[in-house]
Design a protein around this ligand. Structure first.
Ligand SMILES: Cc1cc2nc3c(=O)[nH]c(=O)nc-3n(C[C@H](O)[C@H](O)[C@H](O)COP(=O)(O)OP(=O)(O)OC[C@H]3O[C@@H](n4cnc5c(N)ncnc54)[C@H](O)[C@@H]3O)c2cc1C
Length: 389
């Protein structure tokens, strides 16, 4: 069996659905199909995310994407409701707080200046300022912190399902199948072979397969330096009285925030062996997260972990930044949208809109994201964040 559409989106996680949504808003007449192999999203990264959204980056593209996306997520329930269904995402404007030791104050100040220059609200605090605001925090080994009060977090599953329902309402075709091969002819992908035996041809393809995007790229002969990187998320409570916390992050990759009566977050291990590994290490909290969290907030000495889950980052091995766009001259109609390395949920609205613009207009019309293109992979020229992981 063969089917055809204008744009075939490969992967129906947050990137695929956001791209499909923006395609239909930019070009309502376009026939858009999203191929997703698992509508239950069991191993999909999006529902496993922590939900954090922040403007605390150093690259202007990432700050700009966050400013757009946070506004979009804040307004999501209004914009994305359909005639029959609500679109709740439980947005909490809890803020973010990046903290650094004295030797990295200069780095934090430079990043703070970049965020303010882009129109973000960001406050630089010294240790006394930090202590006054969050009395439980140990600050004697800190140099400074930046607080971004309009950052926050949302429910990643709500965001995913809201995009999905809106896509359906706008006429996007959802195909429950798996892409197993791509047929390439000239400088273009012509069709996708699906596991069911059917074939889907299209004028444009979008590789939105997240942690599996390198495998889908390989099917078209495109090398994408993105690997699956396991990360744990923990829900824990304190036991001692403690103030509410913003999403606190440090340079050792400790990151957690208040969640209900407790806290949610973890410590990313960048040296974790790459692979499709979802096994949960139940000692990780006690071994790694608890000492780091209790060092910074001594009341957490009595922390108790209630739940740990694992998920995959689609880690860009070149520079930790996303790869967006086509491979000009080689695969003109095959657009990748991957490699967000821990920032994908928050950047999905901006990235999806960007890819939709490339497909519909052949160029970016709102945010210029060309520095995040595949060209830097071909040239082996990393474009990394400064001091922010
Ligand atoms: C523990 C954890 C915490 C995180 N916290 C945050 C956070 O606080 N903030 C933030 O912004 N980001 C966070 N992230 C990152 C975020 O989850 C990802 O960047 C984002 O979800 C990636 O979306 P995606 O659509 O690219 O991938 P996915 O959500 O994984 O979707 C890809 C989809 O493609 C499908 N697929 C793959 N191959 C094929 C194929 N051959 N055929 C058909 N379908 C296919 C898969 O089934 C999957 O559903 C976190 C991630 C983890 C693991």
């Amino acid at each position: 069996m063969a089917a055809a559409c204008d744009v075939a989106v490969l992967g129906g996680g947050i990137m695929g659905l956001s791209t499909a949504y923006f395609l239909k808003t930019l070009a309502p007449g376009m026939e858009v199909a999203v191929v997703e192999r698992d509508p239950t999203y069991e191993f999909c990264s999006t529902p496993r995310a922590s939900g954090g959204c922040r403007i605390q980056f150093s690259c202007p593209e990432n700050i700009r994407m966050s400013l757009f996306s946070i506004d979009f997520i804040r307004n999501f329930p209004k914009t994305m409701r359909t005639a029959t269904q609500e679109a709740p995402v439980d947005w909490v404007e809890g803020g973010y707080l990046f903290i650094v030791p004295p030797e990295h104050i200069g780095l934090l100040e430079a990043n703070h200046a970049a965020q303010v220059k882009e129109g973000g609200v960001a406050h630089l605090l010294d240790p006394a300022g930090l202590k006054a605001r969050w009395p439980s925090m140990r600050v004697d080994d800190l140099g400074a912190g930046v607080h971004t009060p309009h950052d926050g977090w949302c429910d990643p599953s709500g965001l995913l399902q809201g995009f999905k329902r809106k896509c359906v309402a706008l006429g996007v075709r959802l195909i429950h199948d798996e892409v197993v091969a791509l047929e390439v002819g000239g400088a273009a992908v012509r069709s996708a072979a699906l596991k069911s035996g059917s074939r889907l041809s299209a004028d444009h393809f979008v590789n939105a397969a997240g942690a599996w995007s390198a495998l889908v790229g390989e099917m078209a002969g495109m090398k994408i330096p993105v690997s699956p990187l396991r990360r744990f998320e923990h829900y824990f409570t304190c036991g001692n009285p403690m103030e509410k916390l913003p999403y606190v992050k440090d340079l050792a990759r400790m990151a957690f925030r208040s969640e209900g009566a407790g806290f949610s977050g973890g410590v990313v291990d960048g040296d974790e062996p790459r692979g499709f590994n979802f096994e949960v290490d139940h000692d990780y909290f006690e071994r790694v997260v608890w000492p780091a969290a209790a060092h910074r907030f001594p009341p957490l000495e009595s922390a108790k972990c209630h739940r740990t889950w694992s998920g995959l980052y689609e880690q860009c091995e070149l520079d930790g930044n996303p790869i967006l766009g086509n491979w000009p001259g080689k695969l003109d109609n095959f657009f990748v949208c991957t490699g967000f390395s821990g920032h994908g949920m928050m950047h999905a609205p901006a990235a999806g809109r960007g890819i939709a613009e490339l497909v519909v207009h052949g160029e970016y019309r709102t945010l210029d994201l060309s520095r995040l293109g595949y060209g830097r992979v071909v040239a082996n020229e990393p474009y990394a964040e400064r001091g922010i992981l």
